[in-house]
Design a protein around this ligand. Sequence first.
Ligand SMILES: [Zn+2]
Length: 434
Amino acid sequence: MSRIGTRAWVGVVLAALGAVPGAHAQALAPQERRIAAWVDAHTEEAIAFLERSVDINSGSLNLAGVRAVADLYAPELTALGFETRWIPMPDSVRRAGHLVAERRGARGRCVLLIGHLDTVYEPESPFQRFERQGDRAVGPGVNDMKGGNTVILWALKALQSVGALEGAHIIVAFTGDEESVGRPHEVSRRDLIDAARRCRVSLEFETAVRDSAAEYATIARRSATGWRLAITGRRAHTSGVFSPEVGAGAVFETSRILHRFYNELREQYVTFSPGLIVGGTEAEITADRGTAEGKSNVVPRSVLVAGDLRTLSPEQEQRLRDRMRAIVAENLPQTSATITFAEGYPPMAPTEGNRRLFEVLNRVTTDMGLPPMRILPPEQRGASDASFAAPYTDVLSGMGVYGESSHAPGESVDLATFARQVTRTAILVYRLTR
Ligand SMILES: [Zn+2]
């Protein structure tokens, strides 16, 4: 998931953030300068690899495609001395599985690097191919988050190039279902949580955030909960609608509920949105697909809505759920409605440990000759896999590439800042594993 707030500033290019060559020569240690030089010399290789990974469709429900992306990454990690495992999910979870790679060592802190193999673009999407357009590239998942995965891989290669992986304890966890998490979470997130339990620091590589003033670090993320509305009305000829016997029909009842959600539930740190809706005499939602049938002269009997809810705290989550239930219960004549909430993502709270980790990142940034970073307000981001690691480790999220339009055709990555993101990650991991 990318889950950046809708403020238009995301992705604004900032010329002032461009590194001045040589400006960081004094601040970085000699080994770190060699790492940076290796990255600069190998960025085109990284972009070519990104293209290969983007051209493999890996919609969350395309299990073979997700596995194929894992098969692209696995030998790269094995070549870096990682013990690499494919962990399939049980058939009942209906997701592909995860790629977990570990390189054992005792020096410094154990660092968990989190990416995901899947994208929101299933094989039916018209958006399937990587296309380079000068200093940017467009493609499904190029930003969210095959770009971030590639940052992880090339940062590790850069560390290997100077022998810096020796003695470090690093785990790479690429989940196969981040955009549509398999249920139950205790099965689909067990291996990610196991990895987090064994580490002290987690870095997650969802899209990075900047605006005209600064680059931002993510030390907190909101929760994410899916909800389903099921509305039932009385099927009848439309000539009888509004009569005591026929009532309002399922579609008017649905519009009442959603209108009141929109007008009454909006508050700071909260977002919610119905993402899929089908209705008519019959309606059905299976996974991410809805079907309906009906006639313009028949009062609709059934509507289904799938949506999401994001909050900053458990208290806020509970309060919003209670208010949604109360609105849903006030039915129009001859209709009924229920709302159910799925297993959600926990919030990633802005802890002191995350703030200290931010200071380490910020020092790397200024040592590279870049302006200081800022902390992103928590409402700017929703949940991700980092949320599952947050209870066990210090976490920084949004360490990936700069890009635009995650989750929409036209999604792009900024190639001009690609090397910088790799270098920053490599030096951060270098310092954390000393
Ligand atoms: Zn993502």
